[in-house]
Design a protein around this ligand. Structure first.
Ligand code: ADP
Ligand code: ZN
Length: 528
């Protein structure tokens, strides 16, 4: 056996000896060296980027046990099995395991026989768990899916707030927080909540160049899906996401009837059936899984050739995460979404009737707005996605808007009308004047709110009768999408942005995507 050269770092040596990989991927080496040396790190890396090794290797190199906080309880057994298979001494503690299992893991932990301990966040509520950690050598704390600590994020878990207590108790143990999904705001919130302001930030590129992004208006979802699968992905493995369980069942049956091998997956299925379907997807070639978003967290199948959405995802983060399950092997893959006005209405209804306070609903609503903005952009989808995550990119040439630029119309005058109305409402900022109210004014509708504020006397009252209500809504959504209007966080009113002035001055044109309702549906796009 040839020994590695003496210059190899313990990290690289571990990568090769334990995991059997030759080289680190982009970013990994730096992160690992930093944590091995005892530094704190906040890591943003897209799904499939290789985050796990960033804490697993330091845990192996450093003395003691690496404690990994993860909300993915359903995956812990698999993760631990995979580590044990390569000889890493790993265990987990969560509320789903039986008492014998737990006692055995605790004994191993106390005997110093574990390199890695996966811990569900809710275990931290049990004082005995914290006592247990007090009796062992801790190599590091890894906080996986760190966006769960952000209340402004899309996946908040209250138990994550307890993580700051870990730091208070063990201030000298290095911490590495990892996530695949965080906007600039979420990133800042993670750092604050976890006390990681001084941690080194590692931000990998979020671009997944081999994924082709496509979003089309939903006209006849079943037919569109069938055409997409037959023309572009015959015999390929892929995931079809639906919002509801019944829709999952319906579409899985529909595909099967049409000669495409498909299985359903959602939380309401018998656990054995669900596990069997997941196992088939991982093992077999060319199987389609029709699923709710319960499917996919941690699914590591390299050759998923497409991810199709039959319903609008609730957030860009969700969309990015779900579509990110395609093409982990780097080969060409498609992210395809069909969305319709009904989706928007349904999601709005879900938001309005959702539990939680007004703040929570506003947050959900903002996530939805950003998703809509992505759907309605006339610009490169990839650029928009990257911008959303605070990164830049040029037009990609591998998304629908790049490949066949959408029909547009000159929305400058319409934009000016909306912006002028906002200017006139600006004095009453502490009121909620959302899109609906502004559109009522433009259309000259005398309803109670309009009369209460005397808005029927504004010069802009009734100056927008050339468009219908739905068209104005599309105009407003696109203004949001283009950053020409923003939503004020406190009251949810529409407000101007720095860029609005250029439009008002007539110094900037505002191209808009033509409303799908107006164009003839199903402009069949030939497969390319
Ligand atoms: P993430 O958690 O970022 O979604 P994972 O840590 O699950 O990603 O890694 C995704 C896949 O990439 C896994 O199969 C992993 O074994 C593989 N991988 C990670 N790092 C490397 C590397 N340096 N060389 C080869 N494969 C790697
Ligand atoms: Zn593009």
């Amino acid at each position: 056996m040839v020994l590695p050269p003496a210059t190899d770092s313990p990290a690289l040596e571990t990568l090769r000896r334990v995991f059997g990989y030759e080289t680190f991927r982009d970013g990994q080496a730096e992160i690992i060296e930093h944590v091995v040396a005892g530094g704190d790190a906040l890591v943003l890396m897209p799904t499939g980027g290789g985050k796990s090794l960033c804490y697993q290797i330091p845990a192996l190199v450093r003395r003691g046990t690496g404690v990994v906080i993860s909300p993915l309880i359903a995956l812990m057994q698999d993760q631990v099995d995979a580590l044990r298979a390569v000889g890493v001494r790993a265990g987990f503690l969560n509320s789903a395991q039986d008492a014998d299992d737990r006692r055995m893991t605790e004994a191993e932990l106390l005997a110093g026989e574990l390199d890695l301990l996966y811990l569900a966040p809710e275990r931290l509520r049990v004082p005995a768990t914290v006592d247990l950690l007090g009796r062992i050598d801790i190599a590091l704390f890894a906080i996986d899916e760190a966006h769960c600590v952000a209340q402004w994020g899309h996946d908040f878990r209250p138990d994550y707030l307890m993580l700051s207590e870990l730091h208070a108790r063990w201030p000298d143990i290095p911490r590495i927080a990892l996530t695949a999904t965080a906007t600039e705001a979420t990133r800042a919130e993670i750092a604050t909540r976890l006390g990681l302001e001084d941690a080194r930030k590692f931000v990998a590129s979020f671009d997944r160049p081999n994924i082709q992004y496509r979003i089309e208006p939903k006209t006849d979802a079943k037919r569109q899906l069938l055409r997409f699968l037959r023309e572009e992905h015959a015999g390929d493995a892929g995931i079809v996401y639906c919002l509801s369980r019944s829709s999952v069942e319906k579409h899985a049956a529909f595909l099967t009837e049409n000669g495409i091998e498909a299985v359903p997956y959602h939380a309401g299925l018998d656990p054995h059936v669900r596990a069997a379907n997941q196992a088939r997807f991982l093992r077999e070639d060319g199987l389609v899984v029709v699923a709710t978003i319960a499917f996919g967290m941690g699914i590591d199948k390299p050759d998923v050739r497409f991810v199709a959405h039959l319903d609008l995802p609730k957030s860009v983060e969700g969309y990015y995460q779900e579509t990110g399950r395609a093409g982990r092997d780097g080969l060409p893959s498609t992210a395809w979404l069909a969305y319709g006005l009904n989706d928007v209405v349904n999601l709005r209804k879900m938001i309005d009737s959702s539990e939680g306070d007004a703040e929570h609903r506003r947050r959900l609503s903002r996530h939805l707005d950003a998703m809509l903005a992505l759907c309605e952009t006339v610009e490169c989808r990839r650029t928009q996605l990257l911008n959303y995550f605070g990164q830049s990119g040029a037009a990609c040439g591998n998304c629908d808007t790049c490949l066949s630029p959408p029909e547009t119309w000159d929305g400058t005058v319409a934009a000016q009308k909306v912006l002028s109305t906002i200017v006139r409402l600006d004095r009453e900022r502490r009121q909620k004047f959302g899109a609906g109210h502004i559109i009522d004014i433009l259309l000259g509708k005398k309803n109670a709110k309009v009369e209460q504020f005397g808005h029927d006397e504004l010069s802009v009252f009734g100056i927008g009768t050339e468009l219908r209500d739905t068209e104005w809504r599309a105009v407003v959504r696109q203004l949001l999408a283009q950053g020409l209007v923003a939503v004020e966080s406190m009251y949810g009113s529409l407000i101007l942005t720095d860029a609005s002035a250029e439009v008002l001055r007539g110094a900037r044109k505002v191209p808009m995507r033509r409303e799908p309702e107006r164009t003839k549906p199903a402009k069949a796009k030939s497969a390319s």
